[in-house]
Design a protein around this ligand. Structure first.
Ligand SMILES: [Zn+2]
Length: 127
């Protein structure tokens, strides 16, 4: 369980998510379009995701898990997965602007959607 907390100012993507889910239920999008977790995301889900008690909005068969990725200067362009408390502590110590994206994923059907994002660290001077 990763204890990287979202400070105030986190951005929620709930409305966009609800739109996608209702599109699937109305037949405007297929499950294949939205249950397309990429290999890196699946790896994080298998090794370092945070469980939730929210059931999957698509298959309703499994509880969602949360995968967190950090982006910023000095981090890989594809982001760094935050899989352990140590990972979270290391990021907090960076003192550089870091943006975290939290993705909800269904480990059963591979539904995935951005849940929230938040930023921490110092802003570069002059920005
Ligand atoms: Zn599912």
């Amino acid at each position: 369980m990763v204890a990287i907390s979202a400070p105030t100012g986190a951005v929620s993507y709930r409305l966009a998510r609800e739109r996608v889910v209702s599109d699937v239920h109305a037949g405007r999008r297929t499950r294949a379009e939205v249950c397309d977790a990429q290999p890196e995301l699946r790896r994080v889900v298998e090794h370092g995701a945070t469980p939730t008690v929210d059931s999957c909005p698509i298959c309703d068969d499994a509880d969602l898990v949360l995968a967190t990725f950090a982006f910023g200067p000095g981090l890989p362009s594809g982001g760094r997965a935050v899989m352990t408390d140590d990972d979270a502590r290391r990021l907090r110590r960076r003192h550089r602007v870091t943006v975290c994206y939290v993705v909800e994923v269904c480990p059963d059907c591979w539904w995935n959607h951005l849940r929230e994002s938040f930023t921490f660290g110092e802003r570069p001077s002059g920005a």
